[in-house]
Design a protein around this ligand. Structure first.
Ligand SMILES: Cc1cc2nc3c(=O)[nH]c(=O)nc-3n(C[C@H](O)[C@H](O)[C@H](O)COP(=O)(O)OP(=O)(O)OC[C@H]3O[C@@H](n4cnc5c(N)ncnc54)[C@H](O)[C@@H]3O)c2cc1C
Length: 476
């Protein structure tokens, strides 16, 4: 369904408010004992989560090795991996602690702040659907590539004494848990080497090799459900369309053309456009064979978007499919051993829905850092504490994916309630704002937001059970 292909983009980027909370920032609390500092900590995956964790741990004085299967993102040409993300108050709070504001500042310099979100209905009507809460900072829209580049730059600036080792183009094949080493493949897929660890953090995304190794070793403790999402999403980087209001997100769908656009402002008058459609009903665009055809089909469907440059259309044609998926995991550590944890998309991916993936990945990294501090640098205890806290948050976030509830009547009543909340909270009455505002403009923990929505989530239960038995189980 086209509608479902658009649900992702429509809900992804609604970021930002202030509340109380459990979101932790870089802290200045004491560093662990020197025996822990000698531990070899390996971080699998140099995405947003792995690099944020590296920041936290290196600042505590640990020796860190980051292993990333792709190349260094800095200077990489624009491509599908540089899709834009919306970072909200959760990421902002986590990455700008008392002595680390520079990390957030470096990230901020690479993105665009925005607090407007237009949904276009045809070519004439557009609605601004973002409810702005007073005191809430705007969302920061930034490409994943630039986010990782900024995290890498600040990391290398901060660590001058060789405590950080970055290994690019090395894929972790599996983890040898008994001998505490990760087994690598080179980018040619052939070469094998190993890296020993005392402590391993799996930040290697939806198809985590670290999670797969844990599930294989302890199937009774580590249970995972992985669902790779269907639908096509391709990314185009183009100059900002002159007909669209600048510095705002724009979402539009054409039912006759069978695809939708989600246009996110980028730096220097550019934008990142996510073009999406349903797998069941591929549009003519999916079968286009020349850049001219891509350009014509998109411009005919969306005159406001206009003609994309042929170079961008060419890139569109040659693009690999973006793989996103839902990951649900019962535990985020190796149950008792205290040598391995998982976090970010490796532990709980929402497949880009709800716009909280990167935001919650940063919260995981900060939660582990805080656990290290609370456990006086004892990594085993910290792993346990981290898993106990963050599995609740991860599960709650995944439960919120079940909204709106199924059925016409439930869906209507839920929509009405959300609308009512929007109106009443904008009048400063003591009522919760709508769900998306709570998620992206406040620091209310996901578990608390889940609790407040328990009534609606319960309506999804039977369907959820049915869906979960059908989930694809994978060790990929
Ligand atoms: C289209 C789209 C839009 C999104 N929009 C938003 C948004 O607006 N807001 C938001 O917060 N989130 C959003 N998300 C989700 C967000 O991108 C992810 O949640 C976030 O990137 C998770 O970070 P991560 O570091 O845990 O995982 P990843 O970003 O997946 O990074 C994992 C890293 O590990 C590497 N890796 C994988 N396997 C191995 C291996 N075997 N060995 C070594 N390295 C490996 C990968 O190359 C990658 O660099 C969106 C996602 C998509 C697809």
């Amino acid at each position: 369904m086209l509608e479902s292909s658009l649900v992702v983009p429509f809900v992804i980027l609604t970021s930002l408010t202030i509340y109380h909370a459990d979101v932790r920032a870089f802290s200045t609390s004491p560093s662990p004992a020197s025996s822990s500092l000698r531990s070899r900590i390996v971080i699998a995956g140099g995405g947003p989560c792995g690099l944020a964790l590296a920041h936290f741990l290196v600042r505590r004085g640990f020796n860190i090795t980051v292993i990333e299967s792709r190349g260094d993102p800095r200077g990489e040409p624009l491509g599908p991996r540089q899709y834009s993300l919306g970072l909200n108050i959760r990421a902002r709070t986590t990455l700008s602690g008392p002595n680390n504001g520079s990390v957030w500042d470096a990230i901020k310099d690479q993105g665009v702040e925005s607090d407007r979100f237009f949904v276009h209905l045809g070519t004439r009507i557009k609605l601004n659907i973002r409810q702005k809460r007073s005191g809430a900072p705007p969302s920061l829209l930034i490409s994943r590539g630039l986010l990782c580049s900024a995290l890498l730059d600040t990391l290398q600036k901060f660590v001058a004494d060789g405590r950080l080792k970055l290994m690019f183009a090395k894929r972790i094949d599996k983890v040898d848990l008994a001998n505490r080493r990760v087994i690598l493949r080179g980018s040619d897929g052939e070469e094998h080497s190993t890296v020993p660890y005392d402590f391993l953090a799996g930040c290697d995304g939806v198809r985590s090799a670290v999670r797969a190794s844990l599930v294989e070793a302890w199937p009774q403790h580590m249970k995972e459900d992985v669902e790779i999402l269907g639908g096509e999403g391709r990314v185009m980087h183009v100059p900002w369309p002159a007909a669209l209001e600048p510095s705002a997100i724009h979402a539009m769908a054409s039912f006759s053309a069978g695809f939708g656009l989600f246009i996110i402002p980028g730096p220097h008058n550019t934008c990142c456009t996510l073009v999406s459609w349903s797998e069941e009903r591929p549009p003519a665009l999916a079968n286009a064979t020349s850049p001219q055809e891509v350009q014509r089909i998109i411009a005919d469907a969306f005159p406001q978007f206009g003609k994309a440059p042929l170079s961008a259309c060419e890139q569109f044609l040659n693009q690999e499919r973006l793989i996103s998926g839902i990951v649900r995991c019962d535990s985020y550590w190796d149950n008792g051993e205290g040598r391995v944890i998982i976090m970010g998309d490796a532990a709980h991916s929402t497949g880009g829905r709800l716009g909280q993936g990167a935001n919650s990945a940063f919260s995981d990294a900060a939660a582990f850092d805080q656990a290290v501090s609370q456990c006086d640098g004892n990594l085993r205890k910290a792993a346990e504490l981290y898993s106990e806290r963050q599995t609740k948050e991860g599960r709650a976030l995944l439960d919120l994916l079940l909204l709106p509830p199924p059925g016409l009547l439930n869906g209507f009543m839920y929509g009405l309630e959300q609308l009512g909340r929007g109106v009443l909270s904008s009048l400063a009455l003591p009522v919760d704002p709508p769900l998306q505002t709570l998620l992206s403009q406040t620091l209310v923990p996901f578990s608390e937001i889940r609790r407040r929505n328990a009534f609606w989530i319960a309506k999804q239960r039977p369907k959820q059970k049915k869906q979960r038995t059908g989930l694809l189980r994978t060790n990929a």
